[in-house]
Design a protein around this ligand. Sequence first.
Ligand SMILES: C[S@@+](CC[C@H](N)C(=O)[O-])C[C@H]1O[C@@H](n2cnc3c(N)ncnc32)[C@H](O)[C@@H]1O
Length: 287
Amino acid sequence: MSSTRPRTSLAGASVTEALDTATERLAAAGCADARVDAELLLGHVLEASRAGLYAESRRVLTAAEAGELEALLDRRARREPLAYVLGEWGFRRLVLAVDGRVLVPRQETEVVVERCLALLAGTGAPRVLDVGTGSGAIALAIADEHPGARVTGVEASPAALDVARENAARTGLDADFLAADLHRGLPGASWDLVVSNPPYVSADEIEALEPEVREWEPRPALVGEGATEAVARSAFDVLRAGGWLVLEVGNGEAARVAALLSGVGFEQVSVTRDLAGRERVVEGTRP
Ligand SMILES: C[S@@+](CC[C@H](N)C(=O)[O-])C[C@H]1O[C@@H](n2cnc3c(N)ncnc32)[C@H](O)[C@@H]1O
């Protein structure tokens, strides 16, 4: 850490000075993790890890590097999600391209994938359907971590589908991505597993969320009246007997969704908590 006052301009700044200035700017803009964001943005510009920045703390930024960092900081200071500013985001073992066309894949969704992998363990070439695939995060993580799985992602947004396909090409993973509206039934039949992180934020809740979510992420990825119910009912029709449905649910929604699954006819309904201890995933099997 520097003991000097942060600079107002990044021209001619050392790595240490640039980090201090960037941190101060982002903190003033209300970014919760200003120092970490500053490190990741400068690391992006210099193609260095966070540890690598500290190893080169006295290195002076070139004019081009300073200009690039200024542009990224301006975007982040407007509360654009860090993932969009960086243009990529880690999800399980993958680094996926993300921008304003798709929801930023969340850490809690990694638990959804964990449950899918556990239910698929020991199966050779299971057929898996990911509903509302967005960036393709869930579909591609399953394809990556259960080699042999034949994964299809469906999505209503053509722009999101483009991102999912870009991510399949970027990761070299094999998955099909199709346009479909989850309110019109699900495609195919005899799936071994249907998974979905459907839009589950209520219209009332949205205004209380951080600007990164409220003002930047695609509204249809967040708010989708009746989406969870529609996926639960349609999944029952397209799963094989013994196949599984795995759903991500909002805070405080697990008991309601578990009752919904039981009401639809699913059995062995259970709830899994995320790393923060919140009930996040509801699953059940079609008898
Ligand atoms: C919460 S996001 C999940 C994205 C991704 N699966 C993930 O976990 O990061 C919900 C996704 O469902 C899509 N979606 C919303 N309404 C839909 C509908 N009626 N039919 C199909 N997909 C829909 C959104 O475009 C968005 O990509």
